[in-house]
Design a protein around this ligand. Structure first.
Ligand SMILES: [Zn+2]
Length: 197
């Protein structure tokens, strides 16, 4: 049995648009929502590709049937679990204000602002452990791409990086209520409301 090029897709929920290449015919058969184009299996419709390894079949579940998978345009709330270079990984806890326990991770590319940089210093957008609100912008290669560029999105909750104290909003920055340290973040419009319960 040959199982090569699409092995990385197994067990992942790959969002599809019509015509997307899913596998080659040596690997899988086309089932519901998929079709064979020469030696390639392609998606017939928008949805989530379901690779059935036992039966060697691929079918496409229509998006609306698939519960609680973040799709483009959704708002998510999650926690920054890794920052490397200009990429932050966000563990997703809420999708459109509904709790998600599926353990999705989104990728956020941190860009410096569009305004010309005067100091040359990079602006701190978020830090490890922050709770952020973000928007799903794409779903390429099984990766959930997130953005915090719109006004509503950004950091909702954070603690002081110096002492771990609680923080409050100070215009477009945050201030530690314990030690007074002022730090930069890209703040969500409803910063501080998430953890008030
Ligand atoms: Zn502090």
């Amino acid at each position: 049995m040959i199982l090569t090029t699409n092995q990385s897709n197994l067990g992942k929920m790959k969002k599809t648009t019509p015509g997307d290449k899913l596998a080659v015919i040596e690997e899988f058969n086309a089932s519901e929502g998929a079709y064979i184009d020469k030696d390639t299996i392609r998606a017939l419709r928008l949805g989530i590709a379901d690779y059935d390894i036992k039966r060697r079949e691929i079918k496409i579940e229509p998006s609306r049937k698939v519960k609680n998978i973040p799709i483009v345009g959704d708002n998510v709330i999650g926690q920054v679990e890794a920052v490397q270079g200009n990429i932050a990984n966000i563990r997703i806890y809420y999708i459109n204000d509904r709790r998600s326990s599926s353990g999705f991770t989104g990728m956020l590319i941190l860009r410096s602002g569009r305004s010309p940089r005067k100091s040359g210093r990079k602006r701190t957008v978020l830090m490890l452990g922050d709770i952020v609100k973000a928007k799903v912008t794409s779903y390429e290669n099984s990766i959930i791409h997130l953005s915090i560029n719109d006004n509503g999105s950004g950091v909702m909750y954070t603690t002081c990086s110096l002492c771990g104290g609680s923080t409050e909003r100070l215009d477009h920055k945050i201030k530690c209520m314990n030690c007074g340290l002022i730090e930069e973040r890209k703040l969500a419009s409803d910063f501080g409301e998430f953890y008030q319960k």
